[in-house]
Design a protein around this ligand. Structure first.
Ligand code: ADP
Length: 567
């Protein structure tokens, strides 16, 4: 039977019992009421008539007057129509005959007849009183029978209703509780469970539906799992076939994968890495420690009996805007590094080799220009001046290329010394004085004698300052000023600032102007050089543990600065 019908039947049964209870109560109340009304009608009224007749008889002892006779007549008449008990009829009849005699009798006989009438009346009263007692006993019996029946039925109803109230919630709630437990198990991915409610109702259907669902989930999980395992294998194969080292960490820094290249670079087998906490493993592995802690992006690693170069890249792994791990990739750039080195060596060799013929060209030009060698006409003099200018530019470029090659190959030699900033300033300003005068640009110097000494390579730092000053002059309009300020910066450092009032540099190029060969687009041909000056300046300053930077505003001017430690 379905739960709906069971509920209907249960409530219907309760309702029926309540109805029976009410019906019985009404029935017994009716019985009681009819018993009581019978007493009232049959007997109590007869007693009342008898009493009225007696009262009329008792009123005066002489002859009965008219009103007394009327009362007796009326009550006797009513009594004759209310004969209900056995023996009452004879008594009533004799009361009638005695009354008729009394009406006709003279005063002498009346007293005797009155006594007889009274006695008959008492007889009627007794008969009715006895009947009242008997009927009262019947009514009492009906009442106690009714009470017993109603109590029995009431108790039965109560017991049924009580057991219904106690058992019914469990009947509904127990299967639901069981179902909740199984659903919780499902959330723990336990799909191997089945429910048997053992009933042929809605709960039975629910159990069957649940069992079908778990079977399907199990099938889905298994097919999904095999797909995921396949995908995992595929990705592992790809990762292992890569030449870069790849290490994956979860959000708790547990190593979840490391490919063969990573294992061989770290010098550890996969079993010792996977599943272990990376910082703990790093305690006994220098490379892993460097990978986790160091911000250094380019690394030289000695593994498999050779030196290799790698760049480190850390990719965060996120899901729903939450970082759930990271992947460390070490890209093998040894090949590019070797090519780069070959390029730098080539540039170094070429620029070095070029310097000798360029110097001899310069020497020859000087001789050609000397009147002692021979007179040259004006056109020839102009040609010689042009060749001299080009040679100067060629020499400048060659020197810069050589400097850059030196920096790149790490062959940059620094001769550190303690020197007063003024020395650097004087050398640099002297070197650019000529071109500044030519452009009518005044260099305003502010460099106190009281400044502390700076720890620097005099030549390289002067080279940097010359470069900044010549750029400032190059990119300034004539008849303007270039300010050179040297001041104490933060504790323990000296700052050199070159401020011009030239064209300025757009924000988007500011970070790039320290890159090799970068020139701000639109720079005129006479102004532009190799695009190497600032890149070399940066390398020179950083090699001395300093810092170089720029602030600039288009149309207002540029402020280049570098900071070096005190001597
Ligand atoms: P270059 O030899 O071309 O001057 P640099 O490395 O010295 O090379 O400078 C790189 C670029 O930065 C220049 O091409 C120029 O566009 C820009 N630049 C450098 N200094 C200034 C300056 N003071 N004012 C405006 N632009 C500048």
């Amino acid at each position: 039977m379905s739960i709906k019908n069971k509920l209907r039947a249960g409530f219907g049964f309760l309702f029926l019992i309540a109805l029976v209870c009410c019906g019985l109560s009404i029935y017994f109340l009716n019985e009681l009421s009819s018993d009581a009304s019978v007493i009232l009608k049959d007997n109590y009224e007869s007693v009342e008539f008898a009493r009225n007749i007696n009262a009329a008889l008792d009123q005066n002892q002489s002859v009965l007057n008219k009103s007394q006779l009327n009362i007796i007549e009326t009550n006797l008449y009513k009594q004759e129509r209310n004969v209900t008990e056995p023996g009452e009829q004879q008594l009533t009849d004799s009361l009638r005959s005695k009354y008729e005699q009394l009406k006709k009798a003279g005063i002498d006989k009346q007293a005797d007849l009155r006594i007889k009438l009274r006695n008959i009346n008492y007889g009627i009263m007794q008969v009715n009183m006895a009947a009242i007692e008997h009927k009262n006993a019947i009514a009492k019996d009906t009442a106690s029978r009714g009470t017993l029946f109603v109590a029995l039925i009431g108790t039965f109803c109560f017991l049924v209703a009580f057991s219904f109230v106690v058992n019914f919630p469990g009947y509904i709630a127990n299967p639901l509780k069981e179902l909740t437990g199984h659903i919780k198990e499902i959330s723990n991915k336990n799909y191997h469970q089945q429910i048997d409610f053992g009933a042929n109702d809605e709960f039975g259907e629910l159990g069957q539906a649940f069992n079908t669902m778990t079977r399907k989930l199990d099938e889905f999980e298994n097919s999904n799992l095999s797909n995921i395992l396949f995908e995992k294998k595929r990705i592992e194969t790809i990762i292992n076939s890569m030449h870069d080292a790849i290490i994956g960490l979860d959000e708790k820094s547990t190593i979840i994968f490391a490919n063969q290249v990573a294992c061989s670079l770290l010098g550890m087998p996969e079993e010792k890495l996977i599943g272990n906490n990376a910082p703990e493993v790093a305690l006994e592995n220098d490379l892993l420690r460097n990978l986790l802690v160091n911000d250094q992006l380019k690394m030289k690693i000695y593994a498999d009996n050779r030196e290799s170069f790698y760049t480190k890249e850390i990719l965060p792994v996120s899901s729903d805007d939450k970082v759930i791990g990271k992947v460390i990739i070490l890209k093998n750039i040894t090949e590019y590094q070797q090519l780069d080195e070959a390029k730098t060596n080539f540039i170094a060799t070429i620029s070095h080799e070029l310097k000798t013929p360029i110097s001899s060209i310069k020497m020859s030009l000087k001789l050609l220009d000397d009147v002692r060698v021979g007179e040259v006409n004006i056109e020839q003099k102009q040609l010689i001046a042009n060749i001299d200018e080009d040679t100067r530019r060629l020499m400048h470029i060659t020197t810069e290329l050589l400097d850059m090659a030196q920096v790149e190959t790490g062959k940059i030699k620094l001769n550190f010394g303690s020197t007063h900033p003024k020395n650097i300033v004087d050398y640099a300003v002297k070197a650019v004085k000529f071109i500044a005068d030519q452009s009518h640009i005044v260099i305003k110097i502010k460099c106190d004698d009281s400044l502390p000494y700076v720890r620097a390579d005099l030549d390289k730092t002067t080279w940097v300052l010359i470069n900044l000053l010549s750029n400032a002059i190059k990119y300034s309009r004539p008849n303007t000023t270039v300010e050179l300020n040297v001041k104490q910066h933060k504790a323990g450092t000296i700052e050199f600032v070159v401020q011009d009032h030239g064209q300025g540099i757009e924000d988007k190029y500011l970070l790039r102007i320290f890159e090799r060969y970068f020139k701000v687009p639109g720079t005129s041909l006479e102004q532009s050089g190799t695009g190497l000056g600032l890149a070399i300046a940066k390398d020179f300053i950083e090699a001395q543990s300093g810092m170089i930077g720029v602030n600039s505003e288009i149309g207002v001017g540029s402020k280049f600065y570098f900071i070096l430690p005190m001597g």
